[in-house]
Design a protein. Structure first.
Length: 222
């Protein structure tokens, strides 16, 4: 038996002798037309279910240049903070325009941003191991937070308390007004995400471990 006949026989066995052909809705899967092989070896086109109309969603691209390390932050206002290598831009999502102001100063690519539009400031973390506090209106760097020994990967804020995570396997709590590091919490692997509120800091690492820290007591809760 030739390989072609063998394949056709296998297809016939799988399809069976069902006279109405293939049911494209089997198991509620998306309809995929499959050719049916009849006894004389000819192919018969299977019917495909008609697509129902759906609401069209429009999209536009603000940056045509590819950047696999680009990060953004949107807090629900009119602006989005967008990284572009070592710089940060602001995008007006109402008029879909890029504001002329740029935030420059990092010596390495920006890997985390946090926008506080209502208070007119922006935070950024970088490959250069630093976190910077920017004035939204002037674009100037107001304060630099130094202390991490690895790339900054995430930033979160609660009132005047800043939490940051980095590839040095550490999570740090900072005083936003002074730039002073208040506490350091450690993992065994690089940090991927962190969140802070008035009582706790929650952090996760590349190993998939999530830790909850009591901020005031500087202790691991679980």
């Amino acid at each position: 038996m030739s390989s072609q006949n063998f394949v056709q026989n296998q297809i016939s066995v799988l399809q069976g002798s069902y006279t109405r052909g293939i049911d494209p809705n089997y198991a509620n899967r998306l309809p995929v037309p499959v050719p049916k092989v009849v006894d004389d070896g000819k192919r018969v086109r299977a019917k495909s279910q008609k697509w129902k109309p759906r609401t069209k969603v429009g999209s536009r691209s603000s940056w045509g240049r590819w950047d696999e390390n680009r990060v953004i932050h949107y807090a629900g206002g009119d602006l989005v903070a967008v990284s572009s290598n070592r710089k940060i831009h602001l995008l007006d999502i109402i008029h879909f325009t890029k504001l002329p102001i740029e935030f420059r100063g990092h010596a390495g690519s920006v890997r985390a941003v946090f926008l506080r539009e209502e208070e007119n400031f922006l935070l950024s973390g970088s490959y250069d191991l630093s976190i910077r506090y920017w004035d939204l209106k002037s674009g100037s760097c107001v304060r630099i937070f130094n202390g991490h020994q690895g790339t900054i990967t995430c930033i979160d804020l609660y009132k005047n308390r800043l939490a940051s995570g980095a590839r040095d396997c550490q999570v740090k709590e900072w005083d936003l007004d002074t730039g002073k590091c208040l506490k350091t919490f450690k993992h065994k692997d690089p940090i991927l995400a962190t969140r802070i509120n008035d009582t706790y800091i929650v952090s996760s690492c590349e190993r998939g471990i999530v830790k909850v820290w009591h901020v005031a007591m500087a202790q691991l809760v679980k």
